[in-house]
Design a protein around this ligand. Structure first.
Ligand code: MIG
Length: 650
């Protein structure tokens, strides 16, 4: 059952598609104080687990910390961080009472889940203008499915988007890309996607391609496609201010950019230098920006990633000028600086709350200050793209994923988890986000395998890939200046070939489970707690996941480990794909086990009386041969592939 409660004058977010009448009175669970701002509080039972929050820090169980939904470009995801790139305001309390809460509020919203007081949860925001949906059900899984039905169907990518992708910030020329492809093909490591980061553009100008580095871009995409490779360019939110640049000029002429109080377009400095931010909350501006993707679609492009759309702001001219006049204030006494203040001012230039209060959106004819709708910005950028794809390529699935998101955007695309680092702890952190994101509708998801920031190591990349085998988005990506981490850079290239080949052998199964999840408003990844709610041990497992309806995964995330402990809530068949092509199979009883898993093995567990399909590997998705299909697991079981028609796999 879902009940909706409403306070003040909520801003429409389009997160919820179902029409739910507003209830009077107050929710059956917790207390509300809407006198000064908004506060929801609930006393937690010692046994309660709190699930949710999608892309957020810490555990699958969110208890014991503080989280603020305020989309933030922060590339250092250490344990104390309260905001990442997304704002996913769903939590589910599972224990003494079972209920879900979705706070439909697009500004900053804080979830204090046993942080200030261990046994209390408080959710608060500045304005008492919001809708609160209260969902009651049998258990967390049931509540999740009700929620998913209310937010509409998840995005479905083309089948090739289940292939493996190589990315790196720094690839610049046609030759750079061709080298990556030829080295992958030469070593017979499967590859379907090649990501183009900001350097493909002309001066970081959206929807341009540097003609010196790509003299004939269309011929290039066609030549790549012949080799089974899909090029996926990045698009940034900010539009460079430059006379003669058509996107800038159209934006000005159409009045499509966010404005300051005085009506002048707001300026933000990002990669291209000074930019204007398109007002993605305005349907006209969305339509215009979306139409720009067509240029690249026409050149043979079939997928995109949207970046910097929190929006990230390095600094604003106003912030810069404030700093300069502060410096001027010291005149000749440069040594007299208050060093703490100077430090704070310099660091405060980036993603400054002041800047977010300094520009406005046009929401259905109403002028709304940015910070009040901050969390909708990236979502609406991605919506602009998706609505354009529906206009220009209605019969085709286009790959689309975004960095920033709000619930509702799951209908338009997927997300990647942003700038993680080459840390073992992030392998585990990324694993924990997977089921939480699925709860919020985001199914096409994945992390930068190997880690984005910092230098990776061969063993970390191998272990991360062994998790990536199962994530819908399987992409190796890294930052400019870090150790190069394409698979062919390392000593044991055959191990990389093996692990990625296993992904390809599993694609019919993985894509099929993905389609089933999308079509049935279900989860692709589930916490064990959702499948075995009565099992007290399973309820607390944070480092194993259920995938689809048949398997459990338990990646190794510790350096130098030769295996790991796993908990089996029921008998399962433990399977390892060995590097020589053989399968290791062992039936394990319910309970705790230590399983050995070498760096070059891919483990999975098949649930009792289930089986999964497997095909022979191929070097790209459209070369997979469904005639080679066999089954592994409890082979007397029945398995049905989802209907994969219209999946655009070439
Ligand atoms: O400020 O385009 O998260 O994936 O490589 C950094 C360069 C901008 C951030 C993205 C990352 C991408 C990088 N971008």
């Amino acid at each position: 059952m879902i009940q909706k409660y409403s306070w003040g004058d909520p801003i429409a977010t389009d997160a919820i598609l179902s029409d739910i009448p507003t209830s009077s009175g107050s929710p059956a669970f917790g207390q509300i104080d809407a006198a000064d701002g908004f506060r929801y509080s609930y006393a937690l039972d010692p046994d309660d687990i709190v699930f949710g929050l999608g892309e957020a820090n810490r555990g699958i169980n969110k208890r014991g910390f503080l989280y603020t939904s305020f989309c933030t470009d922060d590339p250092i995801h250490t344990e104390e961080k309260v905001s990442l790139y997304g704002a996913h305001n769903l939590i589910i309390v599972s224990g003494k009472e079972n209920f879900g809460l979705f706070f439909d509020y697009p500004g900053a919203l804080t979830f204090d889940i046993g942080y200030s007081h261990m046994d209390n949860m408080e959710i608060r925001c500045e304005d008492a203008d919001l809708d609160l949906y209260v969902i009651t059900g049998e258990d967390a899984y049931d509540i999740t499915r009700q929620f998913r039905r209310m937010i509409g169907k998840s995005y479905i990518p083309p089948r090739f988007a289940f292939g493996y992708g190589q990315s790196r910030w720094g690839y610049k020329t046609r030759e750079d890309f061709e080298t990556v492809v030829s080295r992958y093909r030469e070593h017979h490591i499967p590859l379907d996607l090649l990501y183009m980061d900001i350097d493909y553009m002309d001066d970081y100008k959206d929807f341009t391609v540097n003609t010196e580095n790509f003299p004939d871009f269309e011929a290039f995409t066609a030549q790549m496609k012949k080799q089974g490779i899909h090029l996926i360019p990045i698009i940034d939110a900010g539009v460079k201010i430059e006379e003669g640049y058509d996107v800038y000029e159209e934006g000005i002429a159409g009045g499509y950019f966010c404005r300051q109080e005085n009506g002048e377009p707001f300026e933000a400095c990002v990669w291209p230098g000074l930019t204007h931010l398109p007002d993605f909350l305005d349907p006209e501006a969305r339509k215009w920006f979306g139409s720009r993707y067509k240029r690249l679609l026409d050149a043979g492009i079939e997928g995109f990633w949207n970046d910097m759309n929190e929006p990230a702001i390095f600094y604003s001219p106003k912030g810069r000028d404030d700093l300069l006049s502060y410096l001027d204030g010291y005149g000749d006494e440069k040594n007299a600086f208050d060093h703490e203040e100077l430090h704070a001012r310099v660091h405060g230039l980036t993603n400054s709350p002041k800047d977010y209060r300094d520009f406005y959106h046009d929401v259905n004819g109403k002028k709304i200050r940015h910070d009040k709708v901050h969390n909708l910005y990236g979502s609406n950028m991605t919506r602009a793209a998706s609505e354009a794809f529906a206009r220009y390529a209605p019969d085709k699935r286009i790959l689309m994923f975004s960095r920033s998101s709000y619930i509702g955007m799951h209908r338009y695309g997927g997300i990647w988890m942003g700038d993680n680092r080459s840390w073992w702890s992030h392998l585990l952190l990324n694993l924990k986000m997977l089921p939480s994101l699925n709860m919020c509708g985001f199914l096409y998801i994945g992390a930068d395998l190997g880690g984005f920031g910092a230098d990776t190591t061969e063993d970390l990349l191998l272990r991360w890939l062994a998790l990536g085998v199962f994530t819908p988005l399987m992409r190796n990506h890294s930052a400019l200046g870090t150790r190069e981490q394409e698979c062919y850079r390392f000593d044991h290239i055959e191990d990389f070939r093996h692990i990625i080949s296993i992904r390809y052998r599993l694609i019919p199964y993985l894509y099929s489970e993905y389609l089933k999840a999308a079509q049935n408003d279900d989860m692709y990844f589930k916490p064990l707690a959702f499948v075995y709610p009565e099992d007290r041990s399973a309820r607390r497992v944070e480092d194993q996941l259920m995938l689809g309806n048949e398997i459990m995964i338990a990646p190794v995330y510790t350096q130098n480990a030769v295996g790991r402990y796993v908990y089996l809530p029921e008998e399962m068949k433990f399977i390892k794909f060995l590097p020589d092509g053989r399968l290791y199979e062992e039936i394990l009883e319910k309970g705790h086990h230590f399983v050995e898993i070498a760096l070059n093995e891919v483990p999975l567990f098949i649930r009792k009386d289930k089986k999964i399909p497997l095909v022979d590997p191929a070097e790209y998705v459209s070369a997979l041969d469904m005639d080679t299909l066999t089954f592994i697991g409890y082979t007397d079981a029945v398995y049905e592939l989802a209907d994969t028609e219209n999946s655009d796999d070439d």
